[in-house]
Design a binder for this molecule. Structure first.
Ligand SMILES: Cc1cc2nc3c(=O)[nH]c(=O)nc-3n(C[C@H](O)[C@H](O)[C@H](O)COP(=O)(O)OP(=O)(O)OC[C@H]3O[C@@H](n4cnc5c(N)ncnc54)[C@H](O)[C@@H]3O)c2cc1C
Ligand code: SF4
Length: 331
């Protein structure tokens, strides 16, 4: 691993200024993704700025309407265990508890989690096969290579990778906001617009600019929040990233869906909202598998599988059906 210095800061403005001015400096929170990327020679920062001491960023606060503001430096395990999160947004707790391992969740922060980079094996391979995300212009080894785990929605010829975060899928379904502080002050980025599709610039994962610091994720109160569920399908039951995953949150009256929120992981370069299905599902009976399946299918009409991942189209739809029905059983 190449040499680097480590300094700590307790001053957000100082951190933002240093990051904006110095493109060889990286923020470090838990370090569980950044250090892996450095060991795999994907990224070579010379200066790491430890942001764990920034005041007011490691707690969960009430928003006036019953929503929650989750500080970016909160640990994944603390957020998962918070009684307000468990009660109001079980989909967040479940997404977190199905992520990584207990040790990793104790170190890893919420801000770092939503910033983690793709697990595409070519991107992480320290032998450096062609990868536009790692080396812009070099090509995409996955496009006609090993692409079983890759995207079925929103990919480009330049990159077919998926975004790996589980909790990001829950945040997208709940229409959370990312609170970002930068040189120009604080701004709010809707969660569904925070991560980018690859287009011709797969090296850019998010809408953040140099200097930008995530300070919190705000989850507004949702009628569907309590009846919510995260379903993750993976090759082994623990310590594995999703093949496909679903965050479902529903509001139902006497067994019929009044409103539904749906997002998927493992299918695109960002958490993927199923907006057509959300509309088509309104009014459907929770025990009418046929009607639910047809409504869910409306969001898969534009799926574009790669050579090795067509199985995800059926798998994803089955997962959505089960996630909705499980969420609907919750009081
Ligand atoms: C073996 C393994 C298995 C895993 N399995 C899963 C899984 O199943 N599901 C899942 O969701 N995740 C999984 N992860 C990923 C893990 O959850 C992330 O590594 C972790 O959440 C990153 O958080 P961190 O605080 O350690 O980030 P860091 O590694 O410190 O930082 C990651 C990136 O975010 C930037 N950053 C950090 N905080 C901020 C901030 N406040 N503002 C702006 N930029 C910031 C850093 O500069 C860096 O670029 C796994 C990781 C490993 C190693
Ligand atoms: S899918 Fe994206 S990350 Fe993977 S090899 Fe292609 S360009 Fe690189």
């Amino acid at each position: 691993m190449h040499p680097f210095t480590l300094t700590r800061t307790g001053d957000a403005e100082e951190a933002i200024e240093a990051h904006a001015r110095d493109d060889r400096l990286a923020y470090i929170a838990g370090g569980t993704d950044l250090l892996g990327l450095m060991k795999d020679r994907v990224t070579f920062p010379e200066r790491l700025l430890d942001i764990n001491g920034l005041p007011g960023t490691a707690s969960i606060e009430e928003l006036g309407d019953g929503g929650l503001r989750i500080g970016a430096l909160c640990r994944m395990s603390d957020v998962a265990a918070d009684p307000r999160v468990r009660e109001r947004f079980p989909v967040i707790t479940e997404a977190l508890l199905l992520s990584a391992s207990g040790q990793l969740r104790n170190m890893a922060s919420i801000g770092g989690n939503i910033m983690q980079r793709t697990r595409c094996a070519y991107f992480r391979d320290d032998d450096g096969p062609p990868c536009n995300k790692r080396q812009p212009g070099s090509g995409c080894s996955a496009l006609h290579g090993s692409n079983r785990n890759h995207a079925i929605f929103g990919w480009s010829e330049d990159c077919v990778a998926t975004h790996p975060s589980d909790v990001a899928v829950a945040f997208a379904a709940l229409d959370a906001d990312v609170i970002v502080r930068g040189r120009g002050g604080e701004r709010v980025i809707p969660f569904t617009g925070f991560h980018r599709l690859p287009d011709s610039m797969p090296e850019r994962d998010t809408m953040l600019e140099r200097g930008d610091l995530i300070v919190a994720v705000e989850v507004p109160a949702r009628a569907e929040g309590r009846a919510s569920h995260y379903l993750k399908v993976r090759d082994r039951q623990s310590y594995e990233f999703a093949l496909v995953s679903v965050a479902a949150a529903v509001a139902a009256d006497r067994g019929r869906l009044r409103s539904v929120r749906l997002a998927m992981g493992g299918v695109a370069h960002k958490p993927w909202r199923l907006t057509a299905a959300e509309t088509a599902l309104r009014g459907a009976a929770l025990d009418d598998d046929g009607a639910l399946r047809s409504a869910i299918a409306t969001s898969f009409a534009d799926a574009r599988p790669l050579a090795r991942n067509a199985f995800k189209i059926e798998l994803a739809q089955r997962a959505v059906l089960r996630a909705i029905q499980t969420a609907g059983e919750r009081p």
